[in-house]
Design a binder for this molecule. Structure first.
Ligand SMILES: *Cc1c(COP(=O)(O)O)cnc(C)c1O
Length: 349
């Protein structure tokens, strides 16, 4: 299939002359920096926070490259995945004319970001077993369809999308395919980050907010071709990742052992929780999950949600989402938290 990235990019982005920061323009060796109007004396903090951060976060990217097995040049870091999603809209979607396809029930930001950017959303619901309606998606696409969002493992259902379905879409969808792998660390499914050379229309999103335990740092990651990464770098705010986050992420990324241990524990706790939940009389169905949460169908989601809230336990009520009637999404907590949840639920009704 012939693919030309440039044909999908908005005209104003193609012709954009990006902001050139002081740190961008000078690349040689220097010891005196009088180019950025910073406070040369220092900052009230011990670290050198008086200087602007590296706009391209190379140290963090080199670490990620090592861990993920993807060259640093194929990595973009956003201020959370939310920034990656928003940038994709701004690079590819002309407000009021272009559209995107999402597959509900799924992550809410794809729709919100579309609404903010005044881009039409075509919804092609997942099938009854929460898989992609491949034919429906390809039929829904028209010449103004720029993006297709695939969330795998999917939030809030927890399941992986069938790999062959995703491959069929990568091969046949004429726009950009964004695979959101926020929960990939918990999944038995293989990541798509190793397929970037095969699919020039692919963006894989991951995040440090879930398994890595760094939700507060706001680091979303996009893996894509260098041409695609160039577009993201062109449109992003010059210093989108602050220096504190860069330093802390660099430190955290050394600690893969701890993260891998947590992942194993979460998977074990998930099995225990699923078993305990299945014994409760008002639990109608537990959906299989490859993520760090479980979707549960109960007799009355609003009532169970309210009861837990009264007991100071907060979960996510998804009953208003399509195909999620009376469904609750429960994040896997610590052993004690999960015990407390089950104990509390045992006294419901
Ligand atoms: C939690 C989540 C993210 C992460 O968003 P950040 O902005 O990186 O914290 C992305 N996608 C999905 C589907 C999620 O559930």
């Amino acid at each position: 299939m012939e693919f030309n990235l440039n044909n999908l990019v908005r005209e104003n982005i193609k012709s954009l002359k990006p902001y050139s920061s002081a740190r961008h323009e000078f690349t040689g060796k220097a010891s005196v920096f009088l180019d950025a109007n910073e406070n040369a004396f220092g900052s009230p903090l011990e670290e050198n926070f008086n200087r602007y951060p590296d706009p391209l976060q190379w140290h963090v990217k080199f670490q990620l490259a090592r861990i993920k097995g993807v060259p640093a040049e194929n990595i973009f870091i956003g201020n959370g995945s939310d920034e990656v999603i928003d940038l994709a809209y701004r690079i590819f979607c002309n407000p009021k004319t272009d559209n995107v396809i999402i597959c509900p029930p799924t992550y809410g930001m794809y729709q919100v970001s579309a609404d903010i950017n005044d881009v039409q959303v075509k919804k092609v619901s997942l099938t009854k077993d929460f898989q992609l309606d491949v034919e429906g998606i390809l039929n829904a696409a028209d010449i103004n369809t720029k993006l297709l969002f695939i969330c795998s493992p999917n939030n809030p259902t927890g399941n992986n999308m069938n790999r062959t379905d995703v491959e069929t879409l990568l091969n046949n969808f004429k726009g950009i395919v964004i695979i959101d792998e926020a929960y990939i660390n918990y999944s038995r499914q293989k990541t798509f980050t190793q397929e970037l050379t095969e699919y020039p229309n692919l963006i894989v999103m991951q995040t440090l907010s879930k398994a890595w335990g760094l939700a507060a740092l706001r680091m979303g990651i996009a893996f894509a071709s260098m041409d695609m990464i160039d577009l993201f770098n062109k449109v992003k705010p010059p210093y989108n990742i602050n220096e504190a986050s860069q330093q802390l992420a660099l430190e955290a990324l050394q600690n893969t052992q701890q993260v891998n241990d947590w992942i194993k524990t979460v998977v074990q706790e998930k099995e225990k929780l699923a078993t305990a939940l299945s014994r409760l009389p008002f639990v109608k169905h537990i959906y299989p999950s490859d993520a760090n949460f479980i979707l549960v169908k109960v007799t009355d989601a609003d009532a169970v949600y309210g009861f837990l809230a009264q007991n100071e336990i907060v979960i996510r009520n998804r009953t208003k989402e399509i195909m999620c009637e009376n469904c609750l999404r429960i994040t896997i907590g610590t052993e004690n938290e999960n015990k407390l949840l089950i104990q509390t639920l045992s006294s419901y009704e």
